[in-house]
Each structure stands twice: as C-alpha cells, then as structure tokens.
Write a protein that binds this ligand. Structure first.
Ligand SMILES: NC(=O)c1ccc[n+]([C@@H]2O[C@H](COP(=O)([O-])OP(=O)(O)OC[C@H]3O[C@@H](n4cnc5c(N)ncnc54)[C@H](O)[C@@H]3O)[C@@H](O)[C@H]2O)c1
Length: 282
C-alpha cells in the first residue's frame, strides 16, 4: 500500500514537524487539533521553518509554496476520512490517546493504517482499544522532525506484516531511516539515552565533577555533539523523569531508578530551558 494522504492528530511540536516533512515529500496532509489556537500555532511554526529553509538556500521558494498548499489545518475530526494513514501525535496521555484512537477508527476506512508517535506508551496497549488492532503501529519520530533522520517503527504484538511494511515504506518516502523495533519500554533510543543522562546526574550529585566538566568530558571523550546535562535541559527534566519512571515500572528493574537530584530539581520547578533553569541558567 502506498501512502499518499495523511491525517495528523495534534499540531504541537511533533505533529507540526511531521506535517511539514510529509507535505515537503508531496503528500496531502490534514493537520487536526482540538484547539484552534494550537492549530494556528502549529501552522505558523511550519511557515516559519519553511521560510528559514528558503533563507538558508535549503529549498526553493516554490518548494515552500508547494509544501504549504499540501497542508489543510482543521479542528474537524471528519478529515480523517479518506486518508491512507492517520498519525496520532497528541499530548502524551493514555486516556486521551485511547479516546482519540477509538474515534479515528470509527471515522476511517478499514484499510487505513493507524499510527501513534507516543514516546512511552505501549503500542500493544493502545492497539487493544481498536476493533482491528492489526493495522496499528508505532511511528516514533524525533525532535526536531525535519532535521532528525531516524524513525523507530514499533511493532505491537497485534501489528500485521503489511501494516509494518506500509509504515516502513512511508518513513522511507519521507527521506527518513526507519529502524524496526519491538514494543518494549523506551523502545531503543530512549532506553539507552535516558539512563545515560540519568547516570550523568548521579555523577554530578556524587560531586565527581561539575556540570560543565561532565558535559565537556562526554563531548571530548565520546564525540557527543552535546553533553548529557545540556541535553537534559533541552529535553526537559520532567520529561526525562517521566521516561525513567516508565523504564523502571515497565521492567521492574531498580537499575532504572531516577537520580534523587533529578527528582529534587523537578520538584523545585527547575525543568531546564523551558523554565529558565536546569543544570544551566538560561
Ligand atoms: N516533544 C518531543 O521531543 C517528542 C519526541 C517524540 C515523540 N513525542 C510524542 O509526540 C506526542 C506529542 O508530543 P508534542 O511534544 O508534540 O506535544 P505538544 O504538547 O507540543 O502538542 C500536543 C498537541 O496535541 C493537541 N491535542 C490535545 N488533545 C487533542 C485531541 N483530543 N485531539 C487533537 N489534538 C489534541 C494539543 O492541543 C497540542 O497541540 C506525544 O505522544 C509525545 O510523547 C514527543
């Protein structure tokens, strides 16, 4: 099955990024949000990103206009009708996603592939709400979507071969590199990345080195483009703590316990860049 028309539910950071790459690849996109204000924010951010790409000479201004004409923004869920793929990219909440997926299934044709961009919820658990769970798959994009090459394609226990292959081909058609992944907490990237950052917080908490020294050591010693603590500030310390909880609950293994300093900073509202203070001051 070739995917040509896509509906994206949620026009936040991820939904708007996914809409932009789909439109730039020539696909028709219906971008859907419950909130008109959020929808307009998403559309403005796509406009700004495409403008910046034209200024930098990465795309022509006609490619920019072509991409924009591919996107229809709406608050009408009815616009999931007639598409080949629906990607749910709404706020990370199990109840909300279950509600959205049920509604999407009720409105879409039986052959429509339904995907979620969740970072932490089980694909098999979300699939269980659908009458036809075989057509459900995880498509985990990374932020910022236009710049990040990876898409984890996550297979729930119910996901069919044909759904998996349609999702994989779709990711490739966007110029991304799909990596097939089984449905386990944190998938691949967050399961490795978040404990590494958490360990850097233990190192800081133990007074082994300062934040600047830890970041500098990891950049110079491991060729990382950004140190783990600076990266934690970008991700958001609350998001990082939530992922550690998902890993610890999901595997029942104490090796995933969050560093006490991480918990304390989240309790204090020091969430990183978005709050103006984390391991660094912004
Ligand atoms: N931000 C990241 O770095 C990142 C990376 C990978 C995956 N994700 C996942 O992507 C999803 C979205 O994250 P985000 O960072 O874009 O969040 P966000 O807060 O930027 O955007 C969420 C959007 O969902 C909308 N929304 C809420 N309820 C809705 C509903 N019922 N119907 C339609 N839209 C609704 C909100 O209005 C908002 O615009 C989450 O599942 C998250 O785990 C996030």
């Amino acid at each position: 099955m070739t995917i040509q028309r896509v509906a994206i539910i949620g026009s936040g950071t991820m939904g708007s990024g996914i809409a932009q790459v789909c439109a730039s690849a020539g696909l028709r996109v219906n971008l859907i949000d419950v909130s008109e204000a959020a929808l307009q924010r998403g559309l403005r951010s796509i406009n700004r990103n495409l403008d910046r790409m034209v200024e930098k000479g990465n795309i022509s201004s006609s490619a920019r206009s072509d991409a924009l004409t591919q996107i229809t923004g709406t608050t009408d869920y009815g616009k999931v009708k007639g598409v080949d793929l629906v990607i749910e990219a709404a706020t990370e909440s199990l109840e909300l996603k279950l509600r959205i997926l049920k509604e999407v299934e009720a409105l879409s044709a039986p052959e429509t592939v339904i995907a979620t961009n969740t970072s932490s919820i089980s694909i098999s658990q979300l699939a269980a709400v659908l009458a036809n769970a075989e057509r459900f798959v995880g498509l985990h994009f990374f932020n910022p979507v236009p710049l990040m090459a990876l898409v984890e394609v996550i297979r729930g226990i119910q996901t069919s071969e044909s759904t998996l292959s349609a999702a994989t081909d779709f990711a490739r058609s966007l110029g991304k590199t799909p990596v097939p992944v089984k449905n386990r907490p944190g998938f691949v990237v967050n399961r490795i990345l978040c404990p590494m950052i958490n360990e850097a917080i233990f190192v800081l908490q133990d007074g082994i080195a300062t934040a600047e020294e830890i970041d500098s050591a990891m950049k110079l010693g491991c060729n990382q483009p950004i140190g783990p603590l600076a990266l934690a500030d970008m991700i958001g310390l609350d998001v990082l703590l939530a992922v550690m909880k998902v890993l610890q609950d999901g595997f029942g293994d104490p090796k995933y316990r969050a560093a006490p300093l991480l918990r304390e900073m989240v309790d204090a509202g020091q969430l990183g860049r978005k709050s103006g203070r984390g391991f660094y001051v912004y």
